[in-house]
Write a protein that binds this ligand. Structure first.
Ligand code: ASP
Ligand code: MG
Length: 421
């Protein structure tokens, strides 16, 4: 079985959905499991809805709900109206029914904390997008069944960052696919053991696709994107970026770790464990093969890869009595970072001073800094950028160094990192 994943950008409008149909029809001699995200920016719109709901801002809540509902119903009309009236009526009724479910959640008092409420509401983005896409594919001659990830992918109750129960989910998924050939299922969403919706973290559809590829021992996972594949840098940030044709799993994990955003960092590991190749390819051009990520291949073409992380903070910690910063201090400091959930992107140490570059987190940052201040002298530099260059050369270093005032720089055999203002 092939696993195809289409992200929100690929299905943001009628042309996108039609494009998905032509792609899957092109591969229709194989069985395909199609994993889909919410359409366009629907997840962001639903996040706003959660906010209004919890703020008890009824007016804004109603408006936001109608906006999301109308967008989807307009799309259904564009896709189906001109053809078979029965198909149009059926999918319109299904989408309306889903919006009624959502509305009934909004009309009852919130149950549980923010994260739990978030998952119950935000998960509708994927439910509705897959309803529409599955119906359109059937309508357009690509026979498929709609699957409900909330019935098949079981997680714990760690809402918004739920962890998959692999054994349980495997059994359910394997059973479900006995009933047909090709399927459409939601990325990003799952459920706990009471069938409350859970989500796997923003941009988590890639991860769902990878989980399903693992469970089904797929021969390949293709992630269809609105870019040609994995480039050696984000074209919005760097000039003259080039397509990487081949990347090893290890390199892909490294790139994701440093902040490359093309693939969700959790995606690679399950694939690597089963040796399932991942292809990241352009949704606009079927002839282009995109990027192949697989076991052990050398980076091809071999060239520097650039990553920028914005909104960084440099926390510099020094001892008050000029004592050395020793392992016991460091272990205490790292424990605090861990407890507040802040990942250290880069660190550098001298005798009496340690610098830590972390994401600027307006919620976890301030209390962490307060706690550190109880034991150390602290200086905090905000609004910084962290650049990482894998496989650097002299020209790459020169290009990055001139981007700003250098606060910290680090070089290892294959990776260069720099914090600048
Ligand atoms: N729709 C979700 C999000 O925007 C999941 C995804 O797109 O992968 O975060
Ligand atoms: Mg999305």
């Amino acid at each position: 079985m092939r696993i195809f994943k289409f992200g929100g950008a690929s299905v943001k409008d009628a042309a996108g959905v039609q494009r998905v149909s032509s792609i899957v029809k092109h591969f229709s001699k194989d069985d395909i499991l199609i994993v889909v995200s919410a359409m366009g920016k629907t997840t962001n719109a639903l996040e706003l809805l959660v906010q209004y709901f919890l703020d008890k801002n009824e007016e804004a809540c109603r408006k936001q709900f109608s906006l999301i509902r109308d967008q989807h119903l307009d799309l259904v009309e564009l896709l189906f109206k001109s053809s078979k009236a029965d198909d149009y009526r059926a999918i319109k009724a299904e989408v309306e029914e889903q919006f009624q479910h959502l509305e009934s959640i909004l009309e009852t008092p919130a149950v549980g904390g923010f994260n739990r409420v978030y998952d119950q509401i935000v998960s509708f983005g994927e439910i509705i997008s897959t309803k529409i896409i599955s119906a359109y594919l059937n309508h357009d001659g690509f026979e498929n069944q709609w699957l409900d990830a909330r019935r098949l992918i079981r997680t714990d109750q760690n809402y918004r960052a739920a962890r998959v129960d692999w054994n349980y989910s495997s059994r359910l998924v394997e059973e479900a696919i006995q009933t047909g050939r090709s399927f459409v299922i939601q990325g990003f969403i799952a459920s706990d053991d009471h069938y409350n919706a859970t989500t796997l973290g923003r941009e988590g559809s890639d991860y769902t696709a990878s989980v399903l590829a693992y469970i089904l021992k797929a021969k390949e996972l293709s992630i269809w994107k609105d870019v040609p594949g994995v480039l050696n840098g984000d074209p919005k940030v760097f000039e003259d970026t080039q397509l990487l044709q081949k990347i090893s799993f290890r390199e892909a994990i490294e790139l994701a770790f440093y902040g490359a955003s093309v693939i969700h960092p959790k995606t690679i590991q399950p694939l690597q464990e089963r040796g399932i190749p991942l292809r990241v390819r352009s949704f606009a051009d079927l002839k282009e093969e995109g990027t192949l990520i697989s076991e052990g291949v050398a980076l091809e073409p071999f060239m520097p890869c650039f990553i920028r992380k914005e909104n960084q903070q440099l926390i510099t910690i020094s001892t008050r009595d000029l004592a050395f910063i020793a392992e016991d201090h460091l272990s205490m400091i790292y424990k605090l970072f861990h407890r507040y959930g802040l990942r250290v992107n880069l660190s550098q140490h001298s005798a009496t001073r340690s610098a830590f570059c972390v994401n600027n987190d307006p919620i976890a940052g301030p209390p962490l800094i307060e706690e550190l201040k109880q034991n150390f002298d602290l200086s905090v530099d905000g609004q910084l950028e962290l650049y990482t260059v894998r496989h650097y050369n002299d020209a790459a270093l020169a290009e990055i160094r001139k981007r700003g005032h250098i606060l910290l720089e680090q070089l290892s055999a294959d990776t260069y990192q720099i914090v600048i203002r």
